[in-house]
Every structure is written in structure tokens, then in C-alpha cells.
Design a protein around this ligand. Structure first.
Ligand SMILES: Cc1cc2nc3c(=O)[nH]c(=O)nc-3n(C[C@H](O)[C@H](O)[C@H](O)COP(=O)(O)OP(=O)(O)OC[C@H]3O[C@@H](n4cnc5c(N)ncnc54)[C@H](O)[C@@H]3O)c2cc1C
Length: 419
């Protein structure tokens, strides 16, 4: 009987348990996590901070899940090393755990930029339930918060505070959500959030977190002026937790490099989720895509392959879908207007509606939607499957009508036979 060991307890780890059990109902599974709580919906912590949901709605799988799947759960346990030759890992408390197949699903850690004053009280991160709990403890005692960062975690933290009536200023070095959205989208999102009371300082370099004589936060000094704040949330990106792999001699790049089976450079060690550097479906390049659907799917494939399924993962796709204060946004695939890519846009500034399509010749390779996202699923199907389109088909997509009647017959037949 195989012993599967999974480090991490996020969505990638859960996907792996489900993938293993699809192919191996008997093997032992041990899941080891540094966090003190069972798995939860990480993207939900801003709603928890804002009191929009209760703690009992956060779990992503209930505790019964672990029993039902025969998983031995070791919480509050940090793994400090991996020995791929001896096939065991070592925990902080000195225990060693032997494995037949190991998955590193260790996610990422918030980056701490070298800003003067960043160390000390009043400065927070926002990626874990413990971070949300720490902020919940102070949220009712603060009037002003400064958020440093421009990505989805920064905006989600800002939204959590704004919902609670706290005065929020987001300090952005370049512009909002630049990994997934273009300037026009960023402007629409900014305007919408400003309408809801948040302030933005874009193109501003943070120079220091300024403290008073007692060490408390007074505000943030930027090259565009001083932002008064009682506390600061630093959300300046997340770095993959890949040191366990790197120190064990496993190949790493931006993250832990994996092949199409989610296997690392070591035969019996796999990686998945925010820590993994996997092949991108569109570009073929190896990259880290730190988003929820990728983490689950990669985890699931890792689990299936650890259990011997030998099934390649079709590749990750850059994707982002978030609703900011009721404004839905979606970005899938390419966002950059490179040579050879044709671009078609539709903008209704008053209605906060924007649509941008990117084509390489007759194939849709990217889409951005703001305001009206009803057709997002259909657009994604065209990107994922690289369906070729004739002129009429392209026109329908450009006009916002990506009907499934444009799918190739073979695809529709395969869907009917394999619903
Ligand atoms: C506030 C917020 C909002 C988000 N919103 C969205 C969204 O709207 N859409 C979207 O697609 N994505 C969103 N994301 C990103 C998404 O949550 C992540 O992509 C996903 O959770 C990654 O899952 P994972 O399993 O790879 O890693 P994680 O969920 O980070 O889990 C890794 C686990 O490994 C543990 N660990 C690490 N090192 C060790 C060690 N040495 N020993 C033991 N345990 C260890 C960690 O403690 C952690 O529990 C959001 C993230 C945040 C923080």
C-alpha cells in the first residue's frame, strides 16, 4: 500500500486528495500543514474581514472530508526539509515522515519590500485566515488604512476595509491589476471603486512607513505625497514557497518546475498550485499562475499521477475573475498586444462595460470583459480549444455573441458523447 504525503492544505492539496482517491482508494494519505485550521476558501477572507460571511462558511471542504478520504491531518506542523534520496521529510519538531509519493503544495508567502518602517506593529499582510483574524481584531479601532499593492489581494483587502466604513487609500506603484487587465480596464475598475469611496494613488513610489515616537503607524510617505494611516496592509505580491525543493536539489525557476504530469525533477516528488511553475496552454512557456482554478486542477492531476494514472495536464491558462463592489471582471488568456495579434474593443464608459478580444490570425487567444461577463464561459472555450473561426464567426465574437453554434461539429459530438 502506497503512502502519499502532501505538504500544504490549500486547494491544490485538496485537489490532490481527490485525484489520488479517483485511482487509489486504499493508499495512506498524510496531509501536513503549517496553518492551524483545516482547509478554507482563501479568496473569501476579505468577506470574512468585512463580516459579510461567518467563520463557519469559510471551510472549502468540511472536516468529514478528511475522514471520508482516509486522510491523516497534521496541522500546525511545519516541514523543514525533504530528502528525496531517502524518501522522507522532516518536521520542525524533529519527526520524520517517510513517503512513497510526495506532493509539495506549499503556496506562497507575501513579499516584504525593503521599505523603511515596514517592521513593527501596525503593518499587516493579507493572505491567510490568521492575517484576517489579526485585522479583524483592530478593524473597529482604526479610521484610516493604507494598502500598498495593486493586485487582487490588495484590492480585496481594500474592499474588506471599505465595506466596514474605514477610509482606504491604495498606493499603487504602476497601475491596477496590470498582470491581467489593460489600462482601460484598470481605469474603469478604479473609477468604480472610487465611486464606492476608496482612494487611489497610482504611479506612486512608497518611500517609508512613518511612525510616531511610540512606534505606532502615522502614515506612508510616497513620492506623490503623504498618506495618513493608522495601519498599513502590504500586498506587494506573493513569492512561491519553493525553498524545500530548492534545498533538496529539485529544479526550480520562478517556482518549482513541473512536467505535464506535475512531477518535479525528482521521480517521486510532485508540485502543484501557487508554488509550481507549469506549462502555459497558450504560450508553452513555464510559468507560475497563482490562481484558484489552476491550483485545484494542478493538484488533481498531481494526485492522479501520484496514484499512477499517467494523465498529462493540458496546461494552465492565465485567468482572472473577480467582482469588485458589484462590478464583475474577467480576463482569460493573452492580455498583451504583441506583433501578430489583432485587437478589437468595445467600450461604454457610462455603463462601465468594456470588451477586448485578442486574435492571432483566426484564433481567439485572449479576452477581457468588464461589466458584462455573461459570455465569459463561451469565450474561454474558444481560447482553450484554439478553434479556428471564419470571418462571420470572428465578427460574432467581436460583437459579444460567442455562440456555441460556432463550435466545430467534432467538438459538439464529443461533448454529447462525454457530457
Ligand atoms: C485575499 C485573496 C483573494 C484571492 N482571490 C482570488 C480570486 O478571486 N480568484 C482566484 O483565482 N484566486 C484568488 N486568490 C488566489 C488563490 O487563493 C490561490 O491561488 C490559491 O489559494 C492557491 O492554493 P494553493 O493550494 O496552491 O496554496 P495555498 O492555499 O497558499 O496553501 C499552501 C499551504 O501550504 C502551507 N505550507 C507552506 N509551507 C509549508 C511548510 N514548509 N510546511 C507545512 N505547510 C506549509 C501553507 O501554510 C498553506 O496552508 C486569492 C488569494 C488571496 C490571499
Amino acid at each position: 500500500m502506497k503512502h502519499y504525503v502532501i505538504v500544504g492544505n490549500g486547494v491544490a492539496a485538496i485537489g490532490a486528495v481527490e485525484g489520488i482517491r479517483e485511482h487509489d482508494p486504499e493508499g495512506r494519505i498524510t496531509l501536513i500543514s503549517e496553518e492551524a485550521v483545516p482547509t478554507y476558501g482563501r479568496p473569501l477572507i476579505s468577506y470574512y474581514l468585512a463580516d459579510k460571511i461567518k467563520l463557519d462558511t469559510l471551510p472549502y471542504r468540511d472536516e468529514k472530508f478528511y475522514n471520508d478520504n482516509g486522510v491523516k491531518l497534521r496541522l500546525s506542523s511545519r516541514v523543514v526539509s525533504v530528502d528525496p534520496k531517502e524518501k522522507h521529510i522532516t518536521l520542525m519538531n524533529g519527526d520524520t515522515v517517510a513517503y512513497d509519493e510526495l506532493l509539495l503544495a506549499t503556496g506562497g508567502t507575501p513579499k516584504q519590500p525593503p521599505i523603511s518602517g515596514i517592521e513593527g506593529e501596525g503593518v499587516y499582510n493579507f493572505t491567510t485566515l490568521a492575517h484576517a483574524e489579526a485585522l479583524k481584531d483592530v478593524i473597529d479601532t482604526v479610521d484610516r488604512v493604507a494598502v500598498i499593492g495593486a493586485g487582487l489581494i490588495a484590492l480585496k483587502a481594500a474592499e474588506g476595509f471599505a465595506e466596514k466604513g474605514v477610509d482606504v487609500t491604495v498606493i499603487v506603484r504602476s497601475r491596477l491589476m496590470r498582470t491581467y487587465f489593460d489600462e482601460t480596464s484598470g481605469e474603469l475598475i478604479t473609477r468604480h471603486l472610487e465611486k464606492n469611496g476608496m482612494r487611489f494613488l497610482q504611479g506612486a513610489v512608497t518611500e517609508a512607513i512613518v511612525r510616531d515616537g511610540g512606534g505606532g503607524v502615522k502614515g506612508v510617505k510616497t513620492d506623490k505625497g503623504f498618506v495618513e494611516a493608522d495601519i498599513v496592509v502590504v500586498a506587494a505580491g506573493v513569492a512561491p514557497n519553493m525553498s524545500l525543493a530548492a534545498e533538496a536539489g529539485i529544479t526550480t525557476g520562478e517556482g518549482i518546475r513541473v512536467d505535464d504530469f506535475m512531477r518535479t525533477s525528482e521521480e517521486t516528488v510532485y508540485a502543484a498550485g501557487d508554488v509550481a511553475e507549469a506549462r502555459d496552454l497558450l504560450t508553452g512557456e513555464y510559468t507560475v499562475r497563482p490562481i484558484w482554478p489552476n491550483a485545484y486542477t494542478q493538484g488533481r492531476y498531481a494526485g492522479m499521477n501520484m496514484a499512477g494514472a499517467n494523465q498529462p495536464y493540458s496546461g494552465g491558462l492565465s485567468m482572472n475573475s473577480i467582482t469588485y463592489y458589484g462590478l464583475p471582471t474577467v480576463s482569460v488568456g493573452k492580455t498583451v498586444e504583441e506583433p501578430g495579434v489583432s485587437v478589437h474593443t468595445h467600450l461604454d464608459e457610462e455603463a462601465f462595460i468594456y470588451r477586448k478580444l485578442l486574435f492571432t490570425e483566426d484564433i481567439l487567444v485572449g479576452v477581457m470583459l468588464i461589466g458584462d461577463i455573461d459570455a465569459a464561459g463561451f469565450y474561454t472555450s474558444f481560447i482553450k480549444n484554439a478553434f479556428k473561426l471564419d470571418d462571420d464567426g470572428m465578427q460574432l465574437l467581436i460583437e459579444g455573441e460567442p455562440s456555441p453554434s460556432l463550435w466545430p461539429d467534432e467538438y459538439i459530438e464529443a461533448m454529447m458523447n462525454n457530457p
